[in-house]
Design a protein around this ligand. Structure first.
Ligand code: SF4
Length: 278
C-alpha cells in the first residue's frame, strides 16, 4: 500500500491573539514554546529539503494567528516561492488561519497546492473551546479556499471533551466540504492549558479513524498531532483503520517520532511512499 507523508514547518510561532483552549500558541497561555514572528526563509527551505529526504510529499507552512494580513501574506508567498524553486516536487500546503478568496488566490499564484484550515470540532462544541472567533468563520474560509481553486485540507482535533454527537456533527460538516485530505489530531494535554480532559485511549482513537474514513470515503485521512501520545505502540495500526497519510517529524509545538524510525518501520510493514499526488 502506498501512503503519503507530510511534514510541517511552523514559520511564525506563538503570540496569537486567539483563545483556542487546545493551543499553546495562544497568548492567553503561559508556555515556554519558541516564539518568533518570522522564520528565516533559508531555514524554511532547509526544512523543506529535509522533508523531501524524509520521503514527505506534502510540506505545510503554518503561521500562528487568527488570519492573514498583507505583510504575512507577502512573507508566506515568498517562502512558498523559494521552497518551490528548490523543491519543485513538494506539494505545498499553507495553513494561515482565516483568509479571503483574494488572499487565497495570491497563495495559489505563489505555488500553494492546498489550504489547511481545520474546523477543529463540531459547530455546537466549538464555542466551548474558543470564544475569539466563530466556527462559521472557519467554515467560510474553507469555502473561500475552494473558490480560490485550492485543494482543501480540513480536519480537526479529537479528545477535547466533545461528545459522540459532536463527533458525528463534526464529520457531517466535513462531508459538506468534501476536503481532499482531512487531518485527525488527538489532543495532547499540557499543564499550562486550561483544557483538562482525560486522554483518549488507543481503541477509541482507532475507532475515530475508522468512523472518519467511513464518513469521508473519498478523502485522504491523515493522522497528525497526538499519534505517538495516544496510540503509542499501536500507532502503525492507523492504516488498517483507514488512514492513508501521516505527518512525519515534529508538530507545531510538540516533538514527533524520529522520521527515520517511522520510515524504517513503515518500509518493514510493506508500505511505499507517494511521490506524486493521484
Ligand atoms: S488561532 Fe491558531 S495559533 Fe491561534 S490560538 Fe487558535 S489554533 Fe492557536
Amino acid at each position: 500500500m502506498e501512503i503519503m507523508l507530510c511534514a510541517i514547518s511552523n514559520i511564525a510561532s506563538g503570540g496569537c491573539s486567539e483563545d483556542c483552549q487546545y493551543c499553546t500558541q495562544s497568548s492567553f497561555v503561559k508556555t515556554q514554546i519558541p516564539k518568533y514572528k518570522r522564520k528565516d526563509i533559508k531555514q524554511i527551505v532547509f526544512e523543506a529539503k529535509l522533508a523531501r529526504k524524509n520521503q514527505a510529499l506534502g510540506f505545510c507552512l503554518v503561521t500562528a494567528g487568527a488570519g492573514l494580513d498583507d505583510d504575512k501574506l507577502e512573507y508566506v508567498c515568498k517562502a512558498v516561492y523559494e521552497v518551490k524553486k528548490e523543491e519543485p516536487d513538494l506539494l505545498l500546503i499553507a495553513c494561515n488561519g482565516l483568509a479571503s478568496v483574494e488572499q487565497l488566490k495570491e497563495l495559489k499564484k505563489a505555488g500553494v497546492f492546498s489550504y489547511n484550515h481545520n474546523l477543529e470540532t463540531s459547530k455546537e462544541f466549538f464555542p466551548q473551546i474558543c470564544t475569539t472567533h466563530t466556527w462559521q468563520s472557519r467554515f467560510e474560509t474553507n469555502l473561500n479556499a475552494k473558490e480560490a481553486g485550492l485543494m482543501l485540507c480540513c480536519g480537526g482535533i479529537y479528545g477535547m471533551g466533545e461528545s459522540e454527537e459532536d463527533r458525528v456533527s463534526f464529520r457531517k460538516s466535513l462531508q459538506e466540504l468534501k476536503p481532499f485530505s482531512s487531518p485527525i489530531n488527538f489532543f495532547i494535554s499540557n499543564e499550562n492549558l486550561r483544557l483538562k480532559v482525560p486522554k483518549l485511549n488507543a481503541d477509541e482513537a482507532l475507532s475515530i479513524i475508522r468512523e472518519s474514513k467511513k464518513a469521508l470515503s473519498d478523502t485522504r485521512i491523515m493522522i497528525a498531532g497526538g499519534r505517538e501520545w495516544v496510540l503509542g505502540e499501536r500507532q502503525y495500526e492507523v492504516f488498517e483503520a483507514g488512514a492513508e497519510a501521516i505527518v512525519v517529524g515534529d508538530y507545531l509545538t510538540t516533538k514527533g517520532e524520529e522520521p527515520s524510525k517511522d520510515i524504517e518501520k513503515l518500509r518493514s510493514m510493506g508500505f511505499s511512499f507517494a511521490s506524486e499526488c493521484h
